[in-house]
Design a protein. Structure first.
Length: 432
């Protein structure tokens, strides 16, 4: 294929035919066009844009470059809805939303990307969970969706391989911030997931690829048209990216924050955006009819621990080190959370040294949200154990059962956080 005249035509503001787009994508995916020519073409698209029929042809060609997840036949009737974000900083919504919505009865075959430009990628965040496999085959992904209602994977070699190559090339050739290129990239992947509906999170503000709201709206409309024209009902929310979302920015930290959010302990802005997108997904999937009911269902799924449990199941199924939520064994008041028991358990899990030569596993331990004086209900999540294996989870649970004492009332007052000030002159009692 002779590519130079096509680059020239696009560079000079002309239009390529659907057949030309189709051939370009197929030949590039097969490795028969060098990166430098496609980089030049991408820049021409960046500068000149694409006509509607060109964008449709490019998206279809990218979609056709690989396989699709198909749920036809086999009697799987659960509505399949996914969400995709145009990319931001601190945006760990997918990690919370996938399990949360799956716990409410929607199937989420979520295929995510790696960091692009300054934005983080869900895949990189998931891989912060030791052992977590994001590269499942399509057959494995499909089986997991049918069994657990959610899979969190990367773009397999089988799905839209053209986008995989183009995405990597755009990342290093300053051609990310283009409405047609973003639209074709996102929609070629999403349309391969065999969805009944799609919710888009289009970021707005200085941290978004397209900071101006008008451009964000145009991007949303472009992707909605691509989805709807191909039989996938699509809706978009424009959400703020003029500040990082949540508190944590960076892969391990964001994964931790997402796990906390699944237990209702997440920062309010993260939960708000997650709920807004989740509401759209539940309504699209026909699980709830209105916003109020859908929101309530999502909140209940978090409060009951079902959403966190769903994430645990997904982590386990995809080979990640187990994380399990520990629930209050009875209703009452937390009387004690014994630090020594927790400290020794961390050592037993591999997070501390027994001998000088021991190496420490920095990924194991506890997140404990119960504090002395808290009222808790039987079954309410009050801690999580992060372990290497199921034995570690058992060890962690035993330690929590000993350390967290729940009774009818507080038996003694917890120590003040800062109790004394000591100087040469003497001891001052503070009692803060
Ligand atoms: N996310 C994608 O998948 N592709 C883009 O081009 C931008 C964000």
């Amino acid at each position: 294929m002779i590519v130079v005249p096509l680059i020239e035509r696009k560079r000079d503001g002309g239009v390529l035919t659907p057949e030309e787009w189709s051939a370009l994508v197929a030949e590039y995916t097969a490795g028969r066009i060098p990166d430098y020519q496609i980089a030049a073409l991408l820049m021409a698209v960046f500068m000149r844009g694409l006509e509607r029929q060109e964008l449709a042809a490019l998206t279809d060609a990218m979609l056709a470059s690989g396989d699709r997840l198909s749920f036809d036949g086999g009697g799987f009737k659960v509505p399949r809805i996914d969400k995709h974000s145009t990319g931001g900083v601190g945006d760990k919504v997918s990690l919370v939303l996938g399990p949360l919505v799956a716990a409410c009865g929607i199937a989420v075959p979520m295929m995510s990307g790696r960091g692009l430009g300054h934005t983080g990628g869900t895949l990189d965040k998931l891989e912060a969970i030791p052992g977590f496999r994001t590269s499942l085959s399509l057959a494995e992904a499909k089986a997991q969706v049918q069994r657990l209602g959610c899979v969190l994977i990367g773009q397999t070699a089988e799905i839209a391989p053209a986008d995989r190559k183009l995405y990597a090339l755009r990342d290093v050739t300053a051609t990310v911030e283009s409405i047609p290129l973003i639209s074709a990239s996102i929609m070629s992947k999403k349309l391969a997931e065999g969805l009944n509906g799609l919710v888009l999170d289009v970021k707005n503000g200085s941290g978004a690829f397209l900071p101006e709201v008008d451009r964000g709206l145009e991007l949303a409309k472009t992707m909605i048209a691509l989805g709807e024209d191909r039989g996938c009902p699509t809706v978009a929310l424009i959400t703020a990216m003029d500040r990082p979302l949540g508190r944590a920015c960076g892969n391990v930290l964001e994964t931790e924050e997402a796990i906390l959010a699944l237990r209702g302990e997440g920062p309010p802005d993260l939960l708000e955006v997650t709920y807004a997108l989740g509401v759209e997904m539940l309504i699209q999937g026909g699980i709830e009819k209105n916003t109020k009911k859908a929101r309530k269902k999502l909140e209940t799924s978090i409060e009951s621990g079902l959403a966190a449990e769903k994430f645990e199941q997904i982590i386990e199924a995809q080979g990640g080190n187990p994380v399990e939520v520990y629930a209050a064994p009875r209703t009452g008041v937390v009387q004690r959370v014994e630090p020594r028991t927790i400290g020794r358990a961390i050592i037993a899990l591999g997070g501390g040294r027994r001998t000088v030569e021991d190496t420490i596993d920095p990924t194991v331990g506890f997140v404990i949200t119960a504090k002395p004086g808290d009222k808790v209900l039987e079954g309410e999540p009050i801690a999580s154990v992060f372990a290497k294996d199921p034995d570690g989870i058992r060890t962690g649970f035993e330690a929590l059962a000993q350390a967290i004492v729940i009774g009818d009332k507080l038996t003694h007052k917890p120590l003040p956080l800062v109790s004394h000030r000591v100087t040469r002159a003497g001891v001052e009692k503070l009692g803060v």
